[in-house]
Design a protein. Structure first.
Length: 332
């Protein structure tokens, strides 16, 4: 890992924006991907506490495919304890819970390659239908799929009388457990509440109509959880506070992101066997939270036990540790 190159770029971006910059990369490397989860909160707290000049704006350079909704809200609340001037810098992907974090910023700086996504999650629990191709697995149910089905029945097929609706819903319940549907509705209500709360935290109640429109757009109107929102759509259609970085700043943001891609080997699938030492032990970094004076890595540490009894069977991979470790802390 080239900490010096990254640190130089962090310093450059911080100077250009007169900010305290934190970088959070939730790596999507195949076989060791990471997601937004509650364990990031104490790590962020240490970075925020370490900033010498706490009057500066806080910038968060963010890359993630998503994760825990409530953690996204908690992170926004934590950052707002330190500043009312919070910006998110998005070089590439900030999906799902990453989009929620972005909603908490008064400024979203998006490069040409930057993408947001809808915030309607897929729901998986013990009541979900079984996967016919893998009976031990459950099929995730999209919140948007269920509400689109209801819209299809009522708005497109124009089925409105109670008896006909009861028949339609009974067919749905034959495929999906009632408690799974209940979980979907609860999740839908939660995501709307969290989105609205995050937006109101900096937009204020006098902008409640605008807030409601943004929430509707991100939870209902894009029709696919895989929809990729460009910066133009985010700014012009959804009316988010998107800014385009000037050329030199965009160059620095993109180069810093690409340095993380190289250092975390995000584009190369991870193989425990190829990375194990002679004793069969391996360690791999799959996520990073970094600022000018501090670096924390999300590590997987494990042991490869070769299957000597049957060469055709895969080796046993035992994860000994996974979690955040601080590898650098300098005085401010």
């Amino acid at each position: 890992m080239d900490i010096n190159k990254r640190n130089k770029l962090i310093e450059e971006i911080s100077k250009k924006r007169n900010s305290n910059l934190i970088c959070y990369i939730a790596g999507d490397r195949q076989n060791v991907s990471t997601r937004i989860a509650p364990d990031i909160i104490p790590v962020f707290y240490k970075h925020l506490e370490d900033f010498k000049d706490k009057n500066k704006r806080i910038d968060l350079l963010l890359f993630t495919k998503g994760g825990d909704v409530l953690t996204a809200m908690r992170l926004v609340e934590l950052i707002h304890e330190y500043t009312n001037n919070f910006s998110v810098l998005i070089p590439h992907k900030a999906y799902s819970a990453g989009t929620l974090i972005s909603l908490g910023a008064s400024e979203i700086v998006m490069t040409k390659m930057a993408e947001l996504s809808p915030v309607d999650p897929n729901v998986t629990n013990v009541f979900n239908p079984k996967d016919p191709n893998n009976p031990s697995a459950k099929i995730p149910i999209s919140v948007e799929d269920v509400y689109s089905f209801i819209s299809l029945v009522k708005d497109i097929m124009k089925i409105e009388d109670d008896q006909s609706l009861a028949k339609v819903y009974s067919h749905l319940l034959e495929s999906v457990h009632p408690l799974a549907l209940g979980s979907i509705h609860r999740t839908y209500s939660l995501i709307r509440k969290v989105s609205k709360k995050i937006l109101l935290s900096h937009m204020g109640y006098d902008k409640e109509n605008k807030v409601n429109n943004i929430v509707d757009f991100l939870t209902e109107k894009l029709f696919s959880h895989n929809y990729m929102i460009s910066r133009r759509e985010a700014k012009n259609d959804i009316k988010l506070p998107v800014e385009y970085p000037y050329e030199e700043l965009e160059y620095d943001i993109w180069n810093l992101y690409k340095q993380y891609v190289r250092d975390l080997l995000l584009e190369k699938p991870f193989s425990p066997e190829e990375n194990a030492n002679t004793n069969g032990r391996f360690q791999v970094s799959s996520g990073i939270i970094e600022s000018q004076n501090r670096t924390d890595l999300y590590l997987f540490e494990g042991l490869v036990q070769k299957n000597t009894s049957s060469p055709n069977k895969p080796n046993n991979i035992n994860i000994i540790f996974k979690g955040w470790k601080n590898i650098r802390k300098e005085s401010s």
